[in-house]
Design a protein around this ligand. Structure first.
Ligand code: ADP
Length: 298
């Protein structure tokens, strides 16, 4: 074979290889193009679904907001409608209790006192429901002011002492030294402590109840309410802060399971927390931890 013919042969072989490579590259390109189109289609579909979900989410948020507003409005109206006649019942039963004729009728007087007690109980429940609704809808404003912890605890103690001794419980108050000045919504804190102490008394007989205050780090404070009453089963301790939850074994027919839930939400609103530790048959300890100053939470 001549040299020219050999060279042509080699060139043709090279051309064939190149053509094959070109065809493979074209095929790859077509596949990539195909893949790109499919990915784009998939992306478009994802975006459409995402937008549809976004619209559905906004609609359901709007519906939830409207339902929550309707619920708050209903609760506010309902509690107003209930409170007005209830206050009249309480005012009239107050008048009746002081009525001289009733002094000679102890059985009737006892019935009137029972009406008063039940009326106050009902008023408390209405207040709790209203509080919970206000907190849930972010309508609860805090009124922070400077308060002395000694004065605060003494006031709470004076109120709760007669209730404690009615069940033959001893109340101990442990102040911190030196006395602390805190910046807090005094009424809300009092409400939390009275609720915890009320529970401690309710679930303890012939026992000891302790209200104690102590610092926690540089800028927080702890209020501790401890009793040696019936205690709370371990499996129930997680749930007692839920609204309307009551421990069945406690046999409590007085409350409705709102006190702790309102207290926990109030603590949270004040930038703090509430925790429980309890042993069945031995007693319960609640710790309310709050910032020393409620600035930034009001
Ligand atoms: P209630 O108004 O029904 O007492 P709470 O929300 O205050 O509702 O409390 C929820 C439940 O937690 C109570 O029903 C009771 O079973 C339990 N509980 C709360 N405090 C104590 C306590 N100090 N000792 C034992 N059980 C308690």
């Amino acid at each position: 074979m001549s040299r020219d013919a050999l060279e042509r042969d080699a060139l043709e072989r090279e051309n064939r290889i190149l053509r094959k490579k070109l065809e493979r590259t074209k095929k790859n390109l077509r596949e990539m193009e195909d893949y790109r189109e499919r990915t784009q289609g998939f992306l478009r579909q994802l975006i459409t679904e995402f937008q549809a979900n976004e619209i559905r989410l906004q609609e359901s948020e709007h519906a939830a907001q409207q339902a929550s507003q309707a619920k708050s409005k209903f609760l506010a109206t309902m509690s107003h409608e209930l409170r007005t006649p209830l206050n009249a019942i309480l005012a009239y039963s107050d008048l009746l209790v002081d009525e001289p004729i009733l002094a000679k009728e102890p059985a009737v007087l006892q019935d009137v006192r029972e009406i008063k007690r039940a009326g106050h109980h009902l008023l408390g429940l209405i207040e709790s429901i209203l509080n919970l609704s206000r907190i849930e809808t972010g309508q609860l404003d805090l009124a922070c002011e400077t308060a002395s912890t000694r004065e605060l605890l003494t006031g709470v103690g004076q109120f709760i002492e007669p209730l404690a001794s009615r069940k033959n419980n001893k109340l101990f108050i442990q102040h911190c030294k030196p006395d602390l000045t805190i910046h807090v919504d005094r009424l809300r804190l009092r409400q939390i402590l009275l609720n915890l102490l009320g529970n401690a008394i309710k679930f303890t007989k012939n026992g000891n109840i302790l209200l104690k205050i102590q610092r926690s780090g540089a800028d927080r404070i702890q209020f501790i309410v401890e009793d040696n009453g019936i205690g709370i089963p371990p499996g129930e301790q997680l749930y007692i802060f839920e609204a309307f939850y009551q421990v069945r074994e406690s046999g409590d027919t007085d409350g409705v399971g709102l006190g702790l839930s309102v207290s926990a939400q109030l603590c949270q609103r004040m930038g703090g927390s509430i925790t429980v530790a309890s042993n069945l048959g031995e007693g319960t300890r609640f710790v309310v931890e709050l910032p020393i100053s409620c600035d930034g939470h009001a």
